[in-house]
Design a protein around this ligand. Structure first.
Ligand code: MN
Length: 133
């Protein structure tokens, strides 16, 4: 059976303050029903806002929709993301993502739950020094 979720059917959620710095808003696109493990969320970060450090068991793909963003896998450089860019984050790699300091940023975040059904594991917030690269 075809399912269509109409825009506005699901209210935008404010991202929890213990896992994000600044104001972040989440629009659920899909939480797949088994056998699907897909999870897709459209996320909007106010300027300077970002996730805490975290990791995903099967990695994550980010597709930049609008604005200017930042992403870093621990141990690598802070990279800029612009509309149309795709960032592929490996399984279990600690990382963060968010907006540039002076730009709002929206990305589509796509991931899958792990073999045991596990999801995102969260760690400490990203310091201003780490955010600035
Ligand atoms: Mn992530």
């Amino acid at each position: 059976m075809l399912t269509i979720y109409r825009v506005g059917d699901r209210a935008t959620k404010k991202a929890p303050a213990d896992r994000f710095t600044g104001d972040v808003y989440q629009d659920e696109v899909l939480v797949g029903a088994a056998p699907s493990r897909m999870r897709a969320t459209n996320v909007t970060f106010n300027p300077g806002a970002r996730t805490a450090w975290h990791r995903h068991p099967v990695g994550q793909t980010l597709w930049a929709v609008s604005g200017i963003g930042r992403v870093q896998v621990e141990g690598g450089p802070v990279e800029e993301l612009r509309p149309g860019d795709t960032a592929v984050i490996p399984p279990d790699a600690r990382h963060w993502h968010g907006a540039a300091p002076d730009s709002i940023f929206t990305h589509l975040a796509m991931s899958e739950t792990g073999d045991d059904g596990g999801g995102t594991e969260w760690f400490e917030k990203v310091s201003d020094a780490d955010y600035s690269g």
